[in-house]
Design a protein around this ligand. Structure first.
Ligand code: HEC
Length: 152
């Protein structure tokens, strides 16, 4: 007798497609270039707000800079604006939010969810993401001038 297993596999396929779509949207360089960063998975509620970036810059300078160096450019601890953290890079806003909130147990990276509000953490992320755009533009200027415009 033929087993009717129509629903199960189809739902699984649908869930898989949705997951891939969410990841693709979140990671896509285009979504970052057009400022809809992580609309599906992360939704930084203060993204693009000049006040948020300003507060984030101030908080970063006070709390994070001692390890991550000026404007997150890295030093004794990881940089937060290039590579996988660059615009369109593999690391999502949500990953950054989770890392800042929960820290990295067993390393010097503390759990700042205990001392910062969610909004303050998103402000820091807003600052770092905008700094990453500036860094990308500055880096692009070095070999070839007109590419910098693509990121503004
Ligand atoms: C006492 C030093 C210290 C301070 C202060 C600190 N961090 Fe870190 N941070 C680290 C270290 C060390 C790591 C790398 C942990 C590891 O080995 O995975 C890290 C990792 C990270 C990462 C993940 C980097 C990656 O590429 O995996 C993020 C994001 C981050 N920190 C953000 C922040 C922010 C934002 C602040 C301020 C609110 C902050 N950190 C404050 C030491 C620090």
């Amino acid at each position: 007798m033929k087993r009717n297993n129509h629903d199960g596999p189809n739902l699984r396929v649908l869930a898989g497609v949705l997951a891939v779509a969410a990841v693709a949207l979140c990671w896509s360089p285009l979504s970052r270039a057009f400022g809809v960063t992580g609309a599906a998975a992360s939704a930084n509620p203060v993204a693009g707000q000049p006040d948020a970036a300003r507060h984030g810059e101030e908080l970063f300078g006070r709390i994070c800079q001692q390890c991550h160096n000026t404007r997150g450019h890295g030093g004794k601890c990881p940089q937060l604006v290039r590579g996988a953290w660059a615009p369109g890079g593999a690391n999502s806003d949500q990953l950054m939010f989770n890392t800042i909130t929960h820290g990295r147990p067993g390393t010097q990276m503390g759990a700042f969810g205990e001392v910062l509000t969610k909004e303050q953490i998103w402000q820091i992320i807003t600052f770092l993401r905008e700094e990453a755009v500036r860094v990308k533009a500055a880096d692009a200027k070095k070999p070839k001038d007109d590419e910098a415009d693509l990121w503004y």
